[in-house]
Design a protein around this ligand. Structure first.
Ligand code: BGC
Length: 490
């Protein structure tokens, strides 16, 4: 909606001068609890490095550091046609990717399906049936009346999974608000393949992939300086390539110590013990009221699923602790609805181009049915900035921790996810935090830089399926469960 007020001046310093003293004090309080200074960032990173190491140990720790059995990067000469199924959280996407003869080239066709909200807390059967419905619809649409030969599938399942093999994955726990009975602790590949068989679809899961691993592989396909794949979206996480010799929990397999193995960190679980993260009371409420309290501590402070909710909880706190201070005499029913606001709400406030915050006023009116004064608008603007800045600065800690652990001085990081691509200033704030954490000289250019990734759960998944099939053909069968079956599909 187009606002009425004049466009904003470049700097908003001084715009708080009209805000009454008691509201200013509350803003100051928000600044204190949400600001993460350099010293704290460094403490977080130091602890992060230790937790990454611990996750690779036999005993394990908070961060799962899941072995993915993706062993090495593509060389750009991978070929073939693959299906990719992406079960990420918000949408389900089905793609058909052809890796072409041209080095690094590919063609892609794809369809997106909304993941119905009720499915996220439904039954396992409903989940798999719906998923296969989407795949079937895709096939019918794109291959009507064709007799299909077998198709290998890269299944991007973006939840923590224990993989003894690449074509296998036991869900450790649901994240991102999912809570479907009967899937945790189970291998997710057999029920999916059974549904394919029941429908007569000639599809075989060649690889189960995390979105971060897909991002790492897809990005490195076009840029060899890419060392880390990250998702800053509904959930958060990263993957990187480790040497088998630095993974104590794989020691029993006697792999060559310099053999590369991609690790899906699952670092949304960083600091589940609440040792170092600067948690506010809002973070504690989010955790307490989530389907999995005690899990995903880092994710709950930084991921898109939670940023709007943190914002809402802070406002509700003001309503309760200082009655009459904000939205006096109005009906506060709507704002008390959990998860009413997603991260697009604070993002839109940060993007409001008008000096009088007209777009924010319109948004608050339409979404919360509240009429905000100019002081309340200023307060919300500051709150949105604080929550977005905290998320970006903490997000940088995960990247910095992997760099420190691997002694990486400089590299490219491939990133994807709605917060990375859409949240205003996220990239610049993250880059600034990396600067502070990694102590680059003021004259140094950024050494670790975060870039928009290639399509990890589409192209990345296809590449990983191709790499797996290549390994089967070469007889390099480490981490492949069903090599015979797969050969039949090659
Ligand atoms: C999941 C990860 C995933 C991340 C980003 C987290 O909640 O546990 O597997 O990579 O979200 O999608």
């Amino acid at each position: 909606m187009v606002g009425l007020g004049p466009k904003r001046r470049p700097s908003r310093r001084g715009s708080m001068t009209d805000v009454p003293q008691d509201l200013l004090e509350q803003i100051k309080h928000f600044e204190e609890v949400f600001t993460v200074d350099s010293t704290k960032l460094k403490q977080v990173v130091d602890h992060f490095v230790k937790e990454l190491e611990k996750g690779l140990s036999v005993k394990g720790g908070n961060i799962p550091m899941n072995v993915t059995w993706v062993m090495g990067f593509p060389d750009g000469h991978e070929k073939g046609t693959f299906l990719a199924l992406d079960m990420g959280g918000t949408n389900l996407r089905v793609c058909e990717i052809t890796l072409t003869d041209e080095k690094g080239g590919f063609d892609i066709i794809q369809s997106k399906y909304r993941m119905p909200e009720e499915l996220k807390t439904g039954t396992a059967e409903e989940l798999w049936e719906y998923t296969v419905d989407c795949v079937e619809q895709f096939i019918q649409h794109h291959h009507q009346n064709e007799k299909l030969s077998s198709l290998p599938l890269g299944f991007t399942f973006s939840y923590p999974a224990t993989q003894e093999y690449i074509d296998h994955g036991i869900l450790q726990r649901w994240t991102k608000g999912f809570d479907i009975d009967g899937v945790e602790g189970e291998d997710v590949v057999p029920p999916l393949e059974k549904c394919f068989r029941d429908r007569g679809l000639p599809i075989k899961v060649a690889a189960l992939i995390n979105d971060t691993t897909g991002t790492l592989i897809a990005s490195s396909y076009t840029d060899s300086a890419m060392k880390i794949g990250c998702i800053f979206g509904t959930g958060v996480n990263a993957a990187y390539m480790e040497d088998a010799g630095s993974i104590p929990k794989l020691a029993h397999m006697n792999l060559p110590p310099d053999m590369p193995v991609a690790i899906n960190c699952e670092y949304g679980a960083f600091d589940n013990g609440h040792i170092v993260l600067p948690l506010t009371k809002y973070d504690h409420i989010i955790d307490r009221d989530s389907p999995r309290p005690g899990q995903q501590a880092f994710e709950k402070m930084t991921a898109g699923l939670y940023l709007g909710e943190i914002f809402r909880l802070a406002l509700v706190d003001l309503l309760d602790s200082r009655p009459g201070l904000i939205f006096a005499g109005q009906d506060h029913t709507l704002i008390r609805t959990p998860y009413l606001l997603d991260s697009s709400f604070p993002a839109a406030i940060e993007e409001d181009p008008y000096e009088n915050l007209q777009e924010t006023a319109d948004l608050v009116q339409s979404k919360l049915k509240l009429t905000a004064t100019s002081s309340e608008l200023e307060m919300m603007r500051r709150l949105a900035e604080l929550i977005g800045t905290r998320a970006a600065r903490l997000s940088a800690c995960g990247v910095a921790a992997i760099c420190k652990k691997k002694n990486i001085e400089s590299c490219h990081v491939g990133a994807d996810g709605s917060v990375f691509t859409k949240y205003p200033h996220f990239k610049a704030r993250g880059a600034q935090a990396l600067r502070e954490i990694l102590d680059w000289a003021p004259t140094d250019k950024d050494k670790v830089t975060i870039h928009a990734a290639e399509d990890g759960s589409g192209v990345g998944a296809a590449l990983i399926a191709a790499l797996t099939i290549k390994r089967v053909r070469a007889g390099n069968l480490a981490g492949i469960r069903n090599a015979k079956d797969m050969q039949a599909f090659c």
